[in-house]
Design a protein around this ligand. Structure first.
Ligand SMILES: Cc1ncc(COP(=O)(O)O)c(C=O)c1O
Length: 391
């Protein structure tokens, strides 16, 4: 098929660069090359046993047919429990939608509301798929620049300056991919203050990394802090990162009923219901024990500290300490005279046996993202290889 046959909407987007790098690393490995992949955004922990058992039980019970399009009643109740218990957002099952991963929920919310000329403010560096989804819908991406010096947080005044009558959404992602930025409650309260002056702006709060905060501070989220704005906030969560269930493809969202219904309308005509077995597993994830999370967090914190110390010990590289998620966003600006761009830098590191993703893929520049959701030995060896490659 030639490019001309593609729709205009499709021509505006590219394949996910994080997936592309991971595929490249896998292909090299299949050729027998020794490549450590730090490009993928998924925990290396095994899915908890009680979740696996629930999936098996669902299969044995013949739970293999269509379910209601927007999720089983049981899972919507469990998701409502999750929103209330873990995020402090009071909701009810009819205001919850179950999707095939958090990704589908975000796409549906944008596709249901964004059209030609609408503007969407996204703090940069951003998760790769946000701008692609906005462009697919015909919207315009308005970057809200953040930097390492502020640990990738923005001043609420900078947000105010970008809002226009055409602003449709503000996307918030805390803890964030690719920088690990965590937005404290005071910052969200100040954002809420601004939003009260701009009723045309909705907020998509992507809380998919909510349990992974390393400072000891509780997770803060806008719908909890500013309940008066709840009818303008869509909060997205899931089990992919929190329960190491990326392959199950279950996400959940809650927001104003009109939006959740619109997302369901889209889902009913596109993917249909998320996989029945995965839904049963997600019930176990939300309703079952959550105490394993503290152990995962401790292990991830230790890995983060290992990576941050090793990065900052390499001449020309630096990074702040990420407070959440499992990514380190590395600045390599002092070394960039040796490379055409940071894509070339990432390929150079791949040649030396480490897959990372260039900062430019995330709307950043002159650096790369390391995922530290890999075991300590792999991380140590990867950092040794990066040091050797850049020496
Ligand atoms: C910020 C962010 N939001 C959403 C997602 C989507 O997660 P899921 O695998 O549940 O679709 C990801 C996955 O990488 C992510 O990093």
């Amino acid at each position: 098929m030639s490019r001309e046959q593609l729709s205009e909407a499709l021509r505006r987007i590219e394949a996910s660069p994080t997936t592309a790098m991971t595929d490249r690393a896998t292909a090299l490995r299949e050729q027998g090359r020794d490549v450590i992949s730090l490009s993928v955004g998924e925990p290396d922990f095994a899915t908890p046993a009680h979740v696996i058992e629930a999936a098996k039980a669902a299969l044995d019970a013949g739970d293999t047919k269509y379910t209601p399009v927007t999720g089983t009643a049981r899972l919507k109740r469990a998701a409502a429990l999750h929103f209330e218990r873990d995020l402090g957002i009071a909701t009810e099952p009819k205001s919850v939608i179950v999707t095939a991963g958090g990704k589908q929920a975000i796409f549906e919310a944008l596709a249901a509301t964004v059209g030609e000329g609408d503007q969407v403010i996204i703090p940069a560096p951003w998760w790769v798929s946000y701008p692609q989804m906005v462009r697919f819908c015909g919207g315009t991406v308005v970057p809200l620049e953040t930097g390492a010096q502020d640990n990738f947080r923005f001043e609420p005044a900078a947000l105010q300056a970008l809002i226009t009558p055409r602003t449709r959404w503000l996307l918030l992602n805390s803890p964030g991919n690719p920088t690990g930025a965590v937005f404290p409650a005071e910052m969200l309260l100040a954002i809420g203050e601004i939003l009260r002056r701009h009723p045309q702006v909705m907020v998509l709060s992507d809380d998919i990394y909510s349990p992974l905060i390393y400072t000891g501070a509780p997770h803060a989220t806008l719908a909890n802090l500013c309940p008066d704005l709840a009818n303008r906030i869509c909060t997205v969560s899931g089990v992919s990162k929190s329960h190491a269930m990326t392959g199950f493809r279950i996400g959940v969202a809650t927001g104003p009923t009109w939006l959740i219904e619109a997302m369901g309308r889209l889902q009913s005509n596109t993917s249909g219901n998320p996989a029945s077995i995965s839904q049963a597993a997600a019930v176990a994830a939300f309703e079952g024990p959550q105490d394993f999370l503290a152990g995962w967090r401790d292990r991830l914190r230790a890995r983060r500290d290992l990576v941050v110390a090793a990065v900052n010990a390499i001449p020309g590289l630096s990074c702040p300490v990420p407070e959440g998620a499992f990514y380190v966003f590395v600045d390599a600006a002092p070394l960039m005279s040796r490379f055409d761009d940071d894509g070339a830098l990432a390929l150079h590191l791949l040649e030396h046996g480490v897959a990372v993703v260039a900062a430019s893929a995330f709307g950043g520049k002159d650096g790369f993202r390391i995922s530290f959701a890999a075991d300590e030995a792999a991380l140590s060896e990867a950092l040794r290889r990066i040091a050797a490659a850049l020496n």
